[in-house]
Design a protein around this ligand. Structure first.
Ligand SMILES: NC(=O)c1ccc[n+]([C@@H]2O[C@H](COP(=O)([O-])OP(=O)(O)OC[C@H]3O[C@@H](n4cnc5c(N)ncnc54)[C@H](O)[C@@H]3O)[C@@H](O)[C@H]2O)c1
Length: 311
């Protein structure tokens, strides 16, 4: 989702783009996401765990958006070693390849709000404690630290972002383990009810994928940000149940229903989360532009048109 959105913007801005993706079935890789730019880019089917392949792709790069990931916090707890393999070892391999190639490229690493885990206060700034509640959060934190280490020890130009709750076009719609807002849109488009656990008052910071991509772009172009980590959200919290009602309003006829929390899910519930985006907005001329209602409408419209490419 995020990589292809960045690629679309990069091609529009005149950049030469290479995408390296392993297309692992559990995650969101989808060649349809490259609609309109297939002929303008180079696509490499490959895995960041393949050191030689990664090394061969580094020369000539000015910007490396380091987005490959095991993306499910749920799966990270049931298959922690796979998460370790991709989110830690894979990214060390990317960094090693960059170090050996002596690249001057800017590296922008996708970390996560899950590094904060259980939330002590809102809005959450970058100094908030790391109360990780998932293997995914622990490994993303390690990932950030690897990127920072390679900046400090070897001078690589790295920066990390802690992404809040992204949604929007090009996200996978195969299962519910990643990106609940998009999943609700799928359910709504299928005429199914949206189920809320508990009272649904927990706040989330939903960021439209194009706003997110623009922020990562802006950080890529801002060399003074090397070695830093930035929250990347909208700075606005929306109660879960309000988000569900916005989806229901965008797809008329959708029912919203509330049930008890299932025992296995409660463990990873973090409490309210709202990003403090003061650090990133102080560093680059970026602001989130898309209101939740508008972003949901655009996402619904996208999947109405291209449903068969994602279901
Ligand atoms: N709040 C969060 O935790 C959060 C939210 C969004 C994104 N992110 C991070 O941003 C990145 C992009 O996420 P996305 O939303 O675009 O998800 P996505 O699933 O659409 O994209 C991830 C891509 O990584 C590829 N991939 C996975 N393992 C790979 C490997 N070993 N080698 C090469 N490619 C591999 C997948 O095929 C997929 O195309 C991920 O690292 C994700 O963890 C974090």
């Amino acid at each position: 989702m995020i990589g292809s959105t960045i690629a679309q913007m990069a091609v529009q801005s005149g950049a030469q783009v290479t995408i390296l993706d392993a297309m692992l079935p559990a995650y969101g890789g989808n060649l349809f996401n490259l609609q309109g730019i297939h002929d303008a880019i180079k696509f490499v089917l490959g895995d960041i765990r393949d050191a030689e392949l990664v090394k061969s792709q580094i020369p000539g790069m000015d910007y490396i958006f380091s987005l490959a990931g095991q993306v499910s916090y749920v799966d990270s707890n049931t298959d922690p070693l796979l998460d370790l393999e991709i989110n830690c070892k894979g990214h060390i391999q990317v960094l090693e390849a960059c170090r050996q190639a002596k690249t001057k490229a800017r590296l922008i690493f996708a970390s996560s709000r899950f590094v904060y885990g259980k939330i002590d206060y809102n809005p959450v700034d970058e100094g908030h404690p790391f109360n990780c509640l998932s293997i995914y959060g622990i490994h993303k934190l390690a990932g950030e630290k690897y990127y920072r280490f390679y900046h400090e020890a070897y001078g690589l130009e790295t920066v990390s972002v802690r992404i809040a709750n992204p949604y929007g076009p090009r996200q996978q719609m195969k299962h519910s383990k990643y990106g609940i807002l998009n999943w609700f849109i799928r359910l709504a488009l299928e005429g199914k009810p949206l189920t809320i656990y508990g009272d649904g008052r927990q706040g989330r910071d939903y960021i439209f994928v194009e706003d997110l991509a623009e922020a990562m772009f802006a950080l890529g172009l801002a060399p003074g940000t090397s070695g830093q980590v930035y929250n990347l959200g909208t700075g606005t919290g929306t109660p879960f149940i309000e988000m569900a009602h916005l989806v229901a309003a965008a797809v008329p006829g959708t029912q919203v229903q509330q049930v008890e929390w299932p025992a296995d899910r409660y463990f990873v519930e973090t409490g309210d989360y709202v990003s403090d985006i003061g650090k990133i907005t102080g560093a680059v001329a970026w602001r989130p532009r898309t209101a939740l209602k508008e972003g949901i409408a655009r996402t619904v419209d996208y999947y109405r048109r291209y449903r068969e490419k994602y279901w």
